[in-house]
Ligand binder design. Structure first.
Ligand SMILES: Nc1ncnc2c1ncn2[C@@H]1O[C@H](COP(=O)(O)OP(=O)(O)OP(=O)(O)O)[C@@H](O)[C@H]1O
Ligand SMILES: [Mg+2]
Length: 431
């Protein structure tokens, strides 16, 4: 595992970013290289222009490859967009060997059964994540491996995406000369890089405010409980400023990132910024207070949508660790206060440094790169699961009780580590 190198590729609305990483001897992620390109073929998280996206992927990958000295062939890619749907489904199997202990293979069978549920036309399953298990009608079981029982059931958080959107991502990656190792829902990736294990245990809502979308993921008792993608992000604030202040788009973006505030009360009424006028026109004077009013109005709307998602998850009153906001949009001044004020939940800004060791690439510590860092981490997590399946699985095949028990413990440890995010083998589906 120490020598394994994994690449994350985030195809975002404003930027495409690739990060190359490996695990150091303490199990922390060391970033070896990073590449970025402006993204102009993606709208609200969905690829709309293949050629532009391919060019941006190639640029980001070439940069990351050069900085890391690694030849990149395989990537872990994120998926987002409003087409993503999540729902809870119940599933169960009846075990034939009723006296034997429940094994990881029983869980895998139950899991793969869930892949067969019927999804709406034009959509397919991207993640199947077990919540708590029920063994012979006894519910609330987190880890059934090693228990005895005939009927094994569970509730599953199932995430589906539009086949078209998946195909377009696949096409772009292939055209850029790469192969997809795993396809991961972006908020799940971000959650891996910015949330601590304690937060996920206590109950927390991750909010990733990107350019085109705001992604939401609710965790409680270490299990993902709700996911949603809201089709607005920082870009809509920029276009509000463009219209409201009658300035050019790049000026609006600068006004937002340099002088913007999420709470208008915090802006002084006397502060003015002067913007150069167009061709012989006098400079334009923009009031910082007015700017903050525009930003606040739209941000309130986004936060209200996030709050509605949290309430509909049913975990509003259970989120002891509150909200963690990440993504480029989280860098807005006073944003965490506005979140706290509107939701009543304790809020912090999430930087993707939760599992980061010392790296020569510092830029990855910005909330903008939470998804990309998370994609690398989820690649390592998927590898953990695969190695567990392939290297230890034979010990189940009748080698005696002792080995079986060891195997169980090994698997249940892996399962414990990964039950919040079970990554499916996507290789077969997308190749
Ligand atoms: N200092 C800042 N203050 C406010 N907003 C900022 C700041 N820096 C960047 N942003 C905004 O962050 C957004 C880009 O964030 P990010 O890079 O996370 O998006 P993305 O991953 O490309 O998009 P998406 O996740 O929606 O597909 C832009 O709207 C940008 O204006
Ligand atoms: Mg993003």
């Amino acid at each position: 595992m120490e020598d394994k190198i994994i690449v994350g590729l985030d195809i975002g609305t404003t930027k495409i970013c690739a990060i190359v990483g490996k695990k150091n001897e303490y199990g922390k992620l060391e970033i070896l290289g990073m590449g970025k390109a402006v993204s102009d073929g993606v709208i609200r998280g969905i690829v709309t222009n293949i050629d532009k996206t391919v060019r941006a992927i190639e640029k980001a990958i070439a940069e990351a490859s050069e900085q890391s000295g690694i030849d990149i062939g395989v990537v872990n890619v994120g998926i987002a967009g409003q087409h993503i749907k999540s729902a809870v489904h119940h599933g169960g199997i009846t075990r034939e060997n009723k006296d034997g202990e429940i094994t990881i293979e029983d869980l895998a069978r139950l899991n793969s059964d869930m892949h067969r549920i019927v999804t709406p036309p034009g959509s397919e399953i991207i993640h199947v994540m077990p919540q708590d298990y029920i063994v012979d009608y006894e519910d609330g079981i987190m880890d059934p491996v090693g228990m005895t029982g005939v009927k094994l059931e569970a509730d599953f958080h199932i995430i589906t995406a539009q086949t078209n959107a998946i195909n377009n991502i696949n096409k772009c990656v292939k055209k850029a000369g790469l192969q997809i190792e795993n396809l991961i829902l972006e908020p799940l990736a971000s959650s891996l890089s910015v949330l601590s294990d304690e937060e996920k245990e206590a109950g927390v809502c991750l909010v990733d405010i990107g350019g085109g979308t705001t992604d939401v993921a609710v965790f409680y008792e270490n299990i993902i409980r709700h996911t949603a993608v809201i089709p607005f992000g920082g870009n809509i604030i920029t276009s509000d400023i463009k219209q409201g202040c009658m300035v050019m788009e790049h000026q609006a973006e600068l006004l937002k990132t340099k002088f913007g505030k999420a709470i208008s009360e915090e802006a002084s009424p006397n502060e003015i910024v002067s913007i150069p006028g167009l061709r012989n026109r006098p400079p334009k004077e923009i009031s910082i207070k007015n700017l903050a009013h525009i930003i606040e109005a739209r941000m309130e709307e986004i936060i209200e949508l996030v709050h509605t998602e949290i309430i509909s998850s049913g975990f509003n009153k259970k989120l002891a660790a509150g909200i963690v906001v990440t993504g480029g949009g989280s860098m807005l001044t006073n944003l965490s206060q506005l979140f706290e004020y509107m939701t009543g939940l304790d809020t912090r800004i999430g930087y993707p440094n939760e599992h980061l060791g010392r790296s020569k690439v510092d830029a990855a510590k910005s909330p903008m790169f939470a998804t990309t860092v998370g994609l690398v981490l989820s690649g390592f997590k998927a590898l953990d699961i695969r190695q567990a399946r392939y290297s230890e699985a034979p010990s189940y095949k009748g080698d005696g009780k002792k080995k079986l028990k060891q195997g169980n413990k090994f698997f249940s440890n892996i399962l414990e580590k990964t039950k919040g995010l079970l990554i499916d083998d996507f290789d077969d589906k997308i190749n």
